[in-house]
Design a protein around this ligand. Structure first.
Ligand SMILES: [Zn+2]
Ligand SMILES: [Zn+2]
Length: 306
């Protein structure tokens, strides 16, 4: 099947279209049939992709926040709260949710309609079958690295005087973050940092012409999970960074909200480690000790030269 957008198989209802697609292309997986039927049924790729993108974002963003809202009320989990004693009350959570929702509908929704034309311009595929697992795996791993680098430098820049005051300050309203606060930010910040998430696959596609929108969706969902989890305020013995030491997680980003300086990366720890911008009193003490050691060393060398 060369194109998911197969008008001849379109029917008055989505379920009939799905049946037609299933009869014609029995080799496709169920997910691929659902995908192809969606494009055939909608008969407008821009609206089909736009609607799907918006719904995926809303469902996975708020869906991922729900478990964090629930465990706030389960005493067993309280011992895993990073900033003990800090309680985010329902009123605060609701104010944050309504602000995020308003931004999704007013800032994001209008831009989402550009997504399909941009993808089409750079040659991104929306055909079926989907790419192999291996292809998706290496591409998404690359997007994580690209986005993390973009995030590190731009987030660091957003902490500079006027940029912080006029753009980034909003995101720092909560010094003890919670899942819903992940996208609580000024629209300018959403666009700057969001470019790392959307721009990375577009850049890859412009260079290689080898990318599928489905892969981009999986990437966006994983990036949403990463952002919500990083703001959860909970750290568990089974958190990912205990198994992948370079993974940032909530342990890393919570300290950014708590101390305001340092830990600028999103997904990984390597930029902050390499550029000595790790947050928190422990990292600060280590930094001072290192600087002291360096100064003593250079003193000893200059005395030797004298
Ligand atoms: Zn910040
Ligand atoms: Zn944050």
């Amino acid at each position: 099947m060369s194109s998911a957008y197969n008008v001849s198989l379109a029917a008055p209802t989505y379920s009939e279209t799905y049946r037609n697609i299933s009869d014609a292309y029995i080799h496709l997986s169920m997910l691929e049939r659902l995908w192809a039927a969606w494009y055939a049924y909608m008969q407008n790729d821009v609206i089909a992709t736009g609607l799907m993108t918006f719904v995926i974002h809303e469902v996975f963003y708020f869906g991922r926040c729900i478990p964090w809202l629930i465990i706030d009320y389960i005493p067993y989990f309280h011992k895993y709260k990073i900033q003990q004693g800090k309680v985010n009350n329902l009123k605060e959570q609701w104010q944050c949710t309504s602000s995020v929702l308003l931004s999704h509908f007013t800032v994001e929704l209008p831009q989402i309609w550009l997504f399909h034309p941009i993808c089409a311009y750079f040659g991104m595929s929306h055909d079926v079958p989907f790419p192999s697992f291996l292809t998706m795996f290496y591409q998404i791993s690359l997007f994580f690295c690209l986005e993390d680098s973009w995030h590190y430098w731009n987030h660091r820049l957003l902490h500079y005087g006027p940029f912080y005051k006029y753009i980034h300050k909003q995101h720092h309203l909560y010094s003890a973050p919670f899942g819903l606060a992940a996208e609580y930010a000024s629209p300018i910040e959403v666009m700057i940092l969001g470019l790392g998430t959307i721009g990375s696959p577009i850049l890859w596609c412009a260079l290689t012409k080898n990318l599928h929108i489905f892969t981009v969706y999986i990437w966006i969902v994983l990036r949403l999970f990463q952002a919500v989890d990083a703001h959860s305020g909970y750290e568990f013995p089974w958190s990912l960074h205990h198994f992948l030491p370079f993974w940032a997680g909530s342990d890393h980003h919570d300290d950014h909200h708590r101390y305001f300086i340092g830990n600028y990366s999103s997904s990984f720890r390597w930029w902050d480690f390499l550029l000595d911008t790790e947050a928190g009193p422990k990292a600060k003490a280590e930094r001072i000790a290192r600087q002291k050691g360096k100064a003593e060393k250079s003193d000893a060398v200059s005395k030797k030269v004298d």
